[in-house]
Write a protein that binds this ligand. Structure first.
Ligand code: TPP
Ligand code: SF4
Length: 332
């Protein structure tokens, strides 16, 4: 693994030119993944239909993908992208891995290949959950990244099973008779571990070094590595431009979206979030910055957020949904 500074200066294969919303966390994630994967091994990406796909790979607008100005004559610096249907990026990655291993096994391909899939949470843990879990279960030597923006963004911001409780989505509206999403998020971290993953992390590019280290560690894994990337969505979460990183850090530090790394045989640890709730960032500030929670939070003239008196709903219960799971002793 290279040092952070060295990685940060690398030429990412994902660069400006996409039609992702300006400041979208997905472009920041792809840019960093592009740097971390520039490690002397050719990368094959499999990308399921999602914002990360429709906004970067709709021909002829594919200028966001590329490395350097010359056509690639260096195999290790070249990369391939397979666009696959919504739900099957992990499975297609596994198939690429199998073909690459078979070619290497019979001596037809000498250079190594690393394989990395990218899906939204709709693709990976809603419609594609079965594909995800079986690829992990088969211990496929691939890196699976899931860009968790909690909605099916590119088709109209519908609810996904990663949604935080009480979030407003286009299919879980808020109003006098409805308080938004009433389901706790699917426990995707436990599911990935239980299915047999070698390495599982929930980490945002807002934690720069930690994110790059997690991608490098995942790519070096001998089994399946799964990276859940919290991805604040400007349009779906309804927050002001320019606050993406701030929101990602608030999400992690308030315990709503804790940064977490886990490795088989070594256990897991939470990063940049106090164990005691009193020491953490205020959940209300995280919620208050997003209009998808405006039914829960109100602001005074100075912009300070406070919880509205919502029956049977507390912001604390929102924070503890993910936190209580990953701080459980079973992860140690
Ligand atoms: C089998 C199937 N059902 C529905 C669709 C339409 N579709 C394409 S992408 C998508 C939602 C993707 O959501 P997600 O994976 O969360 O990615 P995001 O758009 O949020 O980045 C849907 C419903 C499809 N392509 N295939
Ligand atoms: S809709 Fe959300 S996830 Fe999609 S490009 Fe915009 S900010 Fe990114």
């Amino acid at each position: 693994m290279s040092g952070y500074k060295e990685t940060a200066l690398k030429d990412s294969c994902f660069r400006p030119g996409s039609s992702l919303c300006p400041g979208c966390m997905e472009s920041i994630a792809l840019n960093n993944i592009g740097r971390a994967s520039d490690n002397g091994i050719k990368t094959v990406f499999t990308i399921g239909t999602s914002c990360a796909e429709v906004s970067t790979l709709a021909y002829p607008n594919v200028v966001a993908w590329g490395r350097g100005e010359e056509s690639p004559d260096d195999f290790a610096k070249s990369f391939g992208i397979i666009h696959n249907v919504f739900e099957s990026a992990p499975t297609v990655a596994e198939a690429v891995r199998d073909v690459a291993d078979a070619l290497a096994g019979c001596g037809a391909m000498a250079a190594p290949v690393q394989v990395l899939s990218t899906s939204g949470d709709g693709g990976a843990i809603a419609i594609g959950l079965r594909a995800l879990l079986h690829t992990i279960h088969r211990r496929a030597r691939v890196t699976i990244t899931v860009l968790v923006n909690e909605v099916f963004a590119n088709t109209g911001f519908q609810y996904s099973p990663a949604a935080t409780p009480f979030a407003e989505t286009s299919t879980t509206p808020t109003g006098s008779e409805s308080a938004g999403n009433l389901q706790p998020p699917l426990d995707y971290i436990h599911l990935a571990i239980a299915a047999g993953a070698e390495y599982v992390a929930q980490v945002s590019p807002a934690h720069g070094k930690l994110f790059v280290k997690a991608v490098e560690r995942a790519l070096a894994s001998e089994g399946t590595a799964v990276l859940f990337v919290p991805a604040p969505c400007i349009t779906g979460w309804k927050f002001d431009d320019g606050r993406t990183i701030e929101l990602a850090l608030l999400g992690a530090r308030s315990g709503v979206f804790p940064a977490f790394v886990w490795e088989r045989g070594k256990g897991g640890s939470v990063k940049d979030c106090e164990r005691e709730a009193a020491g953490r960032a205020r959940v209300t500030d995280f919620l208050g910055a997003q209009r998808r929670f405006q039914h829960l939070v109100e602001k005074d003239k100075e912009g300070a957020a406070s919880a509205r008196p919502v029956p049977s709903v507390t912001t604390r219960s929102i924070a503890s949904t993910r936190w209580s799971r990953i701080s459980a002793p079973a992860f140690a």
